[in-house]
Design a protein around this ligand. Structure first.
Ligand SMILES: *[C@@H]1O[C@H](CO)[C@@H](O)[C@H](O)[C@H]1NC(C)=O
Ligand SMILES: *[C@@H]1O[C@H](CO)[C@@H](O)[C@H](O)[C@H]1NC(C)=O
Ligand SMILES: *[C@@H]1O[C@H](CO)[C@@H](O)[C@H](O)[C@H]1NC(C)=O
Ligand SMILES: *[C@@H]1O[C@H](CO)[C@@H](O)[C@H](O)[C@H]1NC(C)=O
Ligand SMILES: *[C@@H]1O[C@H](CO)[C@@H](O)[C@H](O)[C@H]1NC(C)=O
Length: 417
């Protein structure tokens, strides 16, 4: 039988074969492409795994590391265990630094089980948090969290975990616009937060005036904020939620002062890629891999639609008091495409950036949000009070709570990579 479409015998010209071979060899040997054969995000772990001789050990020292996590253990894969004894790590009223937007008990949350869950990785255990030890390691150093309100929550959690061992008169918390600094005098050390929800400069950088519709992010502007991060010893980035506008992102080329603005629109994933690339460039130019550490926290999930976890239609995180038990649960699938961008970009870094993969473990925690139990900007209307889910915050997290676990994981990656 004759095929119904013409078939041509193909003779590859020899120059094409040669070109193909050259490309193949280039692929095998190129530094930039070598990551294809590596696992992403495992820089530090990988370096530690290959240390048969002492000379290599010296070459591969990871700053701040004092030990290592069990070989091959992914501390981000595990399950939540209810532990009334060991969690929380501090009490809400013991930490004066928690913003009233996160103090859920003070604002009438009726349950407190959300404070008692401990993260248990499948293959090993995470290190117990030792505040004195951490201050000793931070002596004369600066640690900075950079990003949005979720990262601010993690920053405050870190301060809550650390401040108790410092006497009252030897510590201070100061605000300078976008920059907050907690200092421990006797250690000459600070834990800082810098507000930059896109990392890049934007017209929404003012913490109060937020314009979702006209949101404009300026390309190649990482140094606008980055000049204030210089000189830190440990930096922890995040950025995610502000990119999730549900529409294309407007990217400004040039300056905010230009009369004729040069603006292009990018789909969320590509705009997000732009900021990761700028962040990597800043890290390459400003962080010394022999002395400093760089971390990046993945997306903090939201729980806006209870049908996603098999709840009633129209509901959200409001009234949820237990974690999701389905280990395969992965809420909004748009997060997967962002995770893919992170994966792609981080597999190509020239400098080690340690990834704090908190997305999956936080997806389970529909019970851990602040809901309606927080200081409100405006008092709720009678309509809202009649339907509390309508004004529940399913983005931010109560403290103490989930974000203390993020810091236990950060602590583990910092000292036991
Ligand atoms: C915490 O760290 C300090 C300083 O390294 C050490 O003296 C102390 O024994 C540690 N505490 C615990 C409970 O391990
Ligand atoms: C305090 O720490 C800073 C770095 O954060 C360092 O430059 C300075 O020399 C330290 N001061 C003292 C007295 O150790
Ligand atoms: C996922 O999140 C995006 C951004 O917040 C939103 O636009 C979209 O509707 C969500 N999808 C679902 C299925 O909930
Ligand atoms: C929340 O829980 C309360 C008490 O169990 C119940 O009366 C109320 O109907 C619930 N609200 C929603 C929106 O599920
Ligand atoms: C983060 O962890 C989740 C769950 O373990 C995994 O599916 C995802 O691929 C991880 N992301 C990256 C970029 O490693």
């Amino acid at each position: 039988m004759k095929p119904t479409f013409p078939v041509r015998k193909i003779h590859l010209p020899s120059y094409l074969l040669t070109l193909g071979f050259i490309f193949f060899v280039a692929l095998l040997y190129s530094e930039d492409l070598s990551c294809i054969f590596k696992q992403p995000f495992q820089h530090s772990q990988q370096l530690l795994l290959q240390q048969p001789t002492t000379t290599e050990e010296k070459d591969t020292h990871v700053p701040f590391a004092v030990g290592k996590t069990a070989r091959g253990c992914n501390i981000f894969a595990g399950k939540w265990v209810y532990d009334e004894e060991a969690r929380p790590l501090y009490e809400e009223q013991e930490c004066p630094y928690i913003q009233p937007q996160l103090t859920c008990q003070e604002h009438g949350r009726p349950d407190n089980k959300y404070q008692h869950w401990r993260w248990q990785p499948h293959g090993c255990s995470i290190q117990s948090f030792n505040a004195t030890f951490m201050w000793e390691m931070l002596r004369g150093k600066r640690m900075m969290f950079v990003g949005d309100s979720l990262n601010r929550g993690q920053y405050v959690s870190m301060v809550c975990l650390l401040h108790r061992v410092i006497p009252e008169k030897a510590k201070s918390m100061k605000d300078f616009d976008s920059h907050t600094v907690f200092r421990a005098e006797e250690y000459n050390a600070s834990i800082e937060f810098y507000w930059a929800p896109f990392l890049l400069q934007s017209n929404s950088d003012n913490a109060i005036v937020h314009r979702v519709k006209d949101r404009l992010v300026r390309a190649d502007s990482i140094n606008t904020h980055g000049q204030y991060w210089k000189g830190v010893d440990i930096i922890v980035f995040n950025t995610y939620l502000w990119w999730m506008t549900g529409r294309k992102m407007k990217i400004l080329h040039g300056s905010f002062e230009d009369e004729e603005k040069d603006i292009t629109e990018l789909v969320t994933e590509e705009a997000y890629r732009l900021t990761l690339q700028s962040m990597k460039k800043w890290v390459e130019e400003n962080m010394d891999p022999d002395k400093t550490r760089v971390f990046f926290s993945s997306m903090s999930p939201t729980h806006e639609k209870s049908i996603e976890w098999g709840g009633e239609p129209g509901g959200n995180c409001y009234n949820e008091t237990t974690p999701i038990e389905d280990p395969t649960y992965w809420g909004n699938s748009s997060r997967k495409s962002i995770m893919k961008v992170i994966s792609e970009e981080f597999s190509k870094t020239k400098v080690p950036i340690t990834f704090i993969n908190i997305t999956q473990l936080s997806e389970y925690r529909k019970d851990a949000h602040t809901m309606i139990y927080k200081k409100q900007w405006n008092p709720p209307t009678p309509e809202q009070l009649a339907n509390p889910a309508s004004y529940a915050d399913c983005v931010h997290w109560c403290l103490p709570g989930l974000q203390d676990t993020w810091n236990e994981l950060l602590y583990t990656k910092l000292f036991f990579p």
